[in-house]
Write a protein that binds this ligand. Structure first.
Ligand code: PEP
Ligand code: MG
Length: 590
């Protein structure tokens, strides 16, 4: 018997889909209990058949959901997730690994669980958040199979009887897609991260969501009153009357502001003193281009091409890359697409490319270093990008440049390929703009020299902060040190922007910092010309941008540069933004 939940029990998770949900808990089925046992040699054949039967049934279930979901316009773009799950059902490691376990006399549930554990630990070694989160897709498929094998049956949350906040250990994308939006007021899960497909879907469906609470399913039971704030990640169990009223008011304000947000779609990204700062989308998967357009972003400021290399036994050839790039370029209504060359190694793990094991991969053979060494792969990609520049506006960008020699080497190879294309009579944009990501301290220190070599800079704050502060971006033990407002980072940003502006080249920011509305005024004051972010962040950033001035931003930056700690910097920024836009930057309640 669980204890009654104490009044105003505050929990903090990861807010992945903004909005406030107030209601009662609907605790969704726990994971199936798995009986792992040994089988007799004589049972191996029938156990193999049972496993294959489960694979077939899982396939049919997913195809059925796929069919239903494809008919719903707001979900159609996400059908690829179900296709991914169908592919996982055919994955060699999953299928052969489980069959091997059965041959070793494990029952199917036991053998499958072992493989799932192995896959989970493989994913856990990945630093990049987006790739690591793909583990949740394997988990979802694993759970579907285990439910079939244990006879628990398919879990559906589409038919929840009453309006409630769904609490679950984890929700698979298929389940999230089947939710009846009119009944689900929000969802809260033990597992998950910001870039899990479920989180992405929750944002598309506009359902407030907080994930990663670790043990919420063991703390609550059906009908416990709960409030969630999908922006801050706050979850309050059994709220007091006072808290309830506070959040009801916040919910009304949020909903008012949300309606207001839609009106920003076609408005210009322009400050009150008429400074135009282009707001662009970051893109990982080509099918997300729709998201970029739906949120009113002006083209793509960062296309992370490494995702094209994932899940293939061979790197994508020139033709495939050309077609993918072209398809994206043709969809962005005449805006530009900044294609970043392969950025793997270190935090981005592409198993298919067989990178060497390195003791210190973040400082190893990654990004441009890998491309310059793997000349053949690099040339294929450059040819594809150059050819795609004939389909629309393309810019090329090289990741993790740390010296002038590196960018010169890139340009030399690019020029050789241009020469080849000229000889072959293949068209491309002869004025293709070339840029680099500024992600290393070395690049910051020599920014004025680098600015002489390229047409634009793009600041990758995710890596820049990691290298500047010597804090592994994926290591939760030092996460408290990973701070975009560290005075060293502000000084670095200032140096980069000044170098670009002095040289008369454009400077963009495409790390996560660009999508945080709290920083928009500072970024305008630093002199950035463009911000590229998760497309869903564009309307919020645009709303702030249109209500601040660059001149005030400059004054704010001057003030911040006098401060000595991150804490002081964040207090000043929060105060400034709260004074200026009190509705948007409300005081946190805890
Ligand atoms: C960055 O480092 O800020 C960046 C945008 O690149 P990625 O996150 O892909 O390393
Ligand atoms: Mg980076």
């Amino acid at each position: 018997m669980k204890n009654k939940v104490a009044e105003d029990t505050y929990l903090i998770g990861i807010g992945v889909s903004p909005g406030i949900g107030i209601g009662e808990v609907s605790l969704v089925d726990q994971r199936p209990l798995i009986d792992k046992s040994l089988i007799d040699v004589s049972e191996i054949e029938s156990e193999l058949l049972r496993f294959r039967g489960a694979l077939d049934l899982a396939k049919q279930q997913l195809q059925k959901i796929n069919h239903t979901v494809s008919k719903q316009p707001h979900l159609r773009d996400h059908v690829y997730i179900l296709d991914t799950h169908l592919l996982i059902l055919e994955d060699e490691m999953l299928v052969s690994g489980t069959e091997k376990g059965i041959q070793e006399r494990m029952n199917a549930e036991g053998a499958l669980s072992r493989v799932l554990d192995e896959l989970r630990s493989l994913f856990d070694t990945i630093d990049d958040e987006y790739l690591r989160e793909r583990r949740s897709d394997v988990d979802a498929v694993g759970e579907r199979l285990l439910r079939i094998l244990t006879g628990v049956g398919e879990r559906t949350i589409g038919n929840i009887g009453r309006k409630s906040l769904v609490v679950a250990h984890e929700l698979s994308p298929a389940e999230t897609m089947q939710m009846d939006k009119s009944r689900v007021l929000g969802f809260i899960t033990d597992r998950g991260g910001r870039t899990s497909h479920t989180a992405i879907l929750a944002r598309s469906l506009n359902i407030p969501a907080v994930v990663g609470l670790e043990n919420i399913t063991t703390m609550v039971f059906d009908r416990v009153p709960v409030i969630i704030d999908g922006s801050t990640g706050v979850v309050i169990l059994n709220p007091s009357e006072h808290t309830f009223k506070e959040y009801l008011e916040r919910k009304q304000t949020f909903e008012f502001l949300e309606r207001d947000l839609r009106s920003y779609h076609d408005l210009q990204p322009i400050t009150t003193d008429l400074e135009r700062i282009s707001l662009r989308g970051n893109l990982e998967i080509s099918s997300d281009v729709e998201q970029v357009k739906n949120h009113g972003a002006e083209g793509i400021g960062l296309y992370r091409t490494e995702f094209l290399y994932l899940g293939r036994s061979e790197p994508p050839d020139e033709e495939l890359q050309y077609r993918s790039y072209c398809e994206i370029v043709q969809q962005v209504d005449g805006h530009s697409v900044t294609i970043r060359t392969l950025d793997i190694g270190g935090d981005k793990f592409v198993p298919e490319l067989n990178l060497a094991d390195e003791a210190n991969p973040a400082m190893g053979l990654r990004a441009i270093r890998f491309s310059l060494q793997e000349d053949r792969l690099f040339r294929i990609q450059l040819r594809a990008i150059l050819r795609a520049s004939n389909c629309g506006k393309v810019q090329i960008m090289f990741p993790m440049i740390s010296g002038v020699a590196e960018i010169r080497a890139c340009k030399r190879i690019l020029n050789e390929i241009k020469g080849d294309l000229d000889r072959e009579g293949i068209p491309y944009d002869h004025n293709l703009r070339i840029g680099i990501m500024i992600e290393t301290p070395a690049a910051v220190m020599i920014a004025p020299l680098l600015a002489q070599e390229v047409d634009f800079f793009s600041i990758g704050t995710n890596d820049l902060i990691q290298y500047f502060l010597a804090v592994d971006r994926g290591n939760e033990h030092v996460a408290y040190l990973y701070d975009p407002l560290h005075p060293a980072i502000l000084r670095a940003l200032k140096a980069i922007c000044d170098a670009a502006n002095d040289a008369g080249i454009n400077v963009c920011m495409c790390g996560e910092m660009a999508g945080e509305p709290l920083y928009t005024q500072v970024l305008a004051g630093l002199g950035l010309h463009a911000l590229s972010m998760n497309p869903a962040c564009v309307p919020r950033v645009k709303r702030v941008l249109r209500q601040i001035s660059k001149a005030d931003g400059e004054l704010l930056v001057d003030k911040l540069l006098e401060l000595s700690t991150s804490k002081e910097v964040s207090i000043v920024i929060e105060q400034e933004m709260r004074n200026r836009l009190p509705d948007i930057f409300a005081q946190p309640l805890i």
